[in-house]
Design a protein around this ligand. Sequence first.
Ligand code: NAD
Ligand code: IPM
Ligand code: MN
Length: 361
Amino acid sequence: MEKKIVLLPGDGIGAEVINSSKEVLNAIANKFGHSFQFESHDIGGVAVDTHGTPLPDETVEACKGADAVLLGAVGGPKWDQLPSHLRPERGLLGIRKALDLFANLRPVKGFEKLLHASPLKETVINGSDLLIVRELTGGLYFGEPSERRDNGNAVVDTLSYTRKEIERIVDKGFQSAQLRKKKLTSVDKANVLESSKLWREIVEEKKADYPDVEVDHVLVDAAAMKLITNPDQFDVIVTENMFGDILSDEASVLTGSLGMLPSASLAENGVGLYEPAHGSAPDIAGKGIANPIAMILSAALMLRYSFGLDKEALQIEAAVEHVVNDGYYTADLQVENGTLLNTVEMTEQIAKYIDNGYFYG
Ligand code: NAD
Ligand code: IPM
Ligand code: MN
């Protein structure tokens, strides 16, 4: 299979871990006889520096013409004081909107060997395996904010959703549950927010279309608590943009580190973008110690969702699992009695396990 993949390294550790995904994909191409062509483009702070905008038109065009996109991360202290429209994060929101990537799938699954690497008790996280389906192109992030009022002392952000926007993400939640344990938890704040009331109504309406899926509603504050006290009650969580953002970083604690959490950002039709849940990690950027696993697992999601290469995706996931279970770890993981690796070494180890055919399944 021949595919053109656009790489958007971005800033900080984004640029470090994107190389890891490329190396692992090369190992997969070698082993399974595929040809992946890579093309890098600027986004985020690096694009502000070189093009004067966090999302150059040529980057958008390149993504639209690609078979899939891999994104590292954007942002950093260097650009924090810029006006809103020039912030690196605007580039990320812009590309999500331009490609209509309304569904962000964030699987959260711990590895046996890392159960003790979480600050949570092993008995609590054992058996947890969930998927957060986060709405990605609506809500507070995209409602036009007001001008500063009251001499700069008041401002309004807008949380807005249309029926259509809610319907398509709720459908995605139900469909994802059908492929898993058939349990859907819709997370909202329907005791306060109008948008959540509409959200809950739509989930109730949609139930009839998916009679095999068991559904419940949980308020977001309680969901935050349940996620770390009894995570194995969850299968698929569907929720609006900002709730999903916050809950997914929280859920990463189940896996031992934010550096383990991949994601797929999908459109109804059209190109998909794959990005770790973490950011540019300015505190460790440039040190070569970032955990590349979130990025590498995002590449596996790309193979599965954009190219239909399930066997190849499973091969990456199996290699990661073997490496972790053999005691290799990066500095973000609190592993006892293992082998500490840097980003490049971890990547090579995973690529080696792929070459050696540590099998999937
Ligand atoms: P962050 O995710 O960058 O880092 C949070 C903490 O987790 C840090 O201590 C960091 O070192 C650690 N961490 C994250 N990923 C890691 C990895 N792969 N390996 C090892 N440790 C890892 O969040 P932040 O510090 O709040 O934000 C930093 C910048 O990143 C901000 O500019 C923010 O806007 C941006 N950001 C971008 C994205 C994205 O591009 N998708 C996501 C989140 C944050
Ligand atoms: C993420 C990030 C982004 C988000 C930021 C950087 C805009 O936190 O991908 O989770 O909130 O969506
Ligand atoms: Mn986030």
